[in-house]
Design a protein around this ligand. Structure first.
Ligand SMILES: [Zn+2]
Length: 414
């Protein structure tokens, strides 16, 4: 077999033949040509036998590495005139529009991105993290099932931070399938409005339950676009607010100690943060000891801690709606009498959303799968923190938690 024919076979790329192979210092460069006569528009289905002209500069794609060698494909493509998109360089079957990588290469990167960390991927495939971001955004746009918004009956709308300085994504979960089915940059009412617009009026009116946080934006949008749906408050958010209130009390106390000049006590209190916020069963030996000291010391911080724990206990999965109702009302009155400003406010918030919280318990929104999906999303977005584009962060969420099953490239070539 001649070298060119050998390379043609090696690539497993449809519709090309190899014209020339060259070994450079750090890469193998392969010049290819398309087999097909007809020219295809890269943006639509249009095809034509007429070529407008040839491109001046060669197109270049990186393909899967060959051993330790980078592999580069080059081709001088033709240009066509599409009635809709004007004069364009013809599309190729083995790469996505405007990408400098083959589909196989992008498939590998996307598959790795859902499974491993930034350093591993960028070192192994030798591309930077933002390039990974652009690749997965393209793969996601391609692979996302357009029917995924059909048959949505129980959904959750939630925000997640994808970057420091309050940069958020709004995500919509399908509680029944346990998947994220939609997302957009931002966390305002407008973000939820866009979701309902994509969903369309009739499908919005078929939604039965929407679980939300306690902010006003999503709720307003939900009432407007899906007035028939029951609004449930995800207990996860209630517990999170309890943690936040406790942290406020701790911080105020810590500042007081610092101002009083008690430096060692102030440091101890700063370190106590995790002892206070973690669930008791997850504490390390040292954190548990810190917690015992805080208990012995008593005072505001300890009272805040017991309130936070009481709130968490309300949402134990074994409790009935009746139990939860009693416990919530007890918590509301305890919080009102606590003389701890953050908890007084928290009690008022919970009273305002009492019905929504009880709906969630009644409908079983609290149960395992929602929680698991939530945790998975948060774990993934932490990995997305290095991206500079919300689109990339969103793609990572959709590829890992959405209705997409990725395979490594060799499994796509039977
Ligand atoms: Zn076109």
């Amino acid at each position: 077999m001649r070298v060119n024919a050998g390379f043609s076979r090696l690539f497993c790329l449809d519709g090309i033949w190899v014209r020339r192979v060259q070994f450079d210092a750090d890469r193998v460069v392969v010049w290819i040509a398309l087999r097909r006569r007809r020219l295809r528009c890269p943006l639509c289905e249009f095809s034509t036998p007429h070529r407008h002209n040839r491109q001046q500069v060669e197109s270049v794609w990186r393909h899967l590495d060959l051993g330790v060698w980078r592999l580069e494909l080059r081709a001088q493509l033709r240009r066509l005139e599409c009635p809709e998109h004007g004069v364009r360089v013809e599309g190729v079957p083995f790469a996505r529009h405007a990408s400098g990588f083959t589909r196989d290469f992008e498939q590998l990167v996307a598959w790795l991105a859902t499974r491993t960390d930034k350093t591993t991927i960028t070192r192994m495939v030798r591309v930077d993290w933002d390039t990974v971001g652009r690749i997965i955004a393209r793969v996601c746009a391609d692979e996302l099932d357009p029917d995924r918004l059909h048959n949505l009956f129980e959904i959750g709308i939630d925000e997640v931070s994808w970057r420091k300085q309050h940069r958020y994504l709004t995500l919509v979960a399908d509680h029944i399938r346990g998947q994220i089915v939609w997302g957009v940059e931002g966390n305002s009412q407008a973000a939820a409005d866009r979701f309902f617009k994509d969903l369309g009026k009739s499908r919005s009116h078929a939604v039965e339950v929407i679980s939300l946080d306690m902010g006003p934006g999503y709720a307003k949008s939900a009432r407007e676009h899906a007035p028939q749906a029951i609004i449930a408050i995800d207990p996860y958010h209630v517990v999170a607010l309890g943690n936040r209130a406790l942290d406020e009390v701790r911080r105020a106390y810590w500042n007081e100690l610092r101002r009083a000049g008690d430096k060692t006590a102030a440091r101890r209190f700063k370190d106590a943060r995790w002892s206070l916020l973690k669930a008791p069963k997850n504490l390390s030996e040292k954190q548990a000891a810190t917690l015992r000291r805080l208990k012995a010391a008593g005072g505001e911080v300890w009272r805040a801690y017991t309130l936070k724990e009481a709130l968490r206990a309300i949402f134990q999965p074994s409790l009935t709606v009746e139990d939860v109702t009693v416990l919530i009302d007890r918590f509301i009155s305890k919080a009102a009498r606590s003389r701890l400003e953050p908890f007084v406010r928290l009690g008022q918030t919970i009273r305002k959303h009492r019905d929504g919280i009880l709906h969630a318990i009644r409908l079983g929104i609290n149960q395992g799968r929602t929680e698991a999906l939530n945790n998975k999303v948060r774990l993934i977005t932490r990995r997305a923190y290095g991206f500079h584009s919300a689109n990339a962060a969103l793609a990572l969420v959709m590829l890992t938690c959405g209705p997409i099953t990725l395979q490594p490239p060799h499994e796509l070539h039977p």
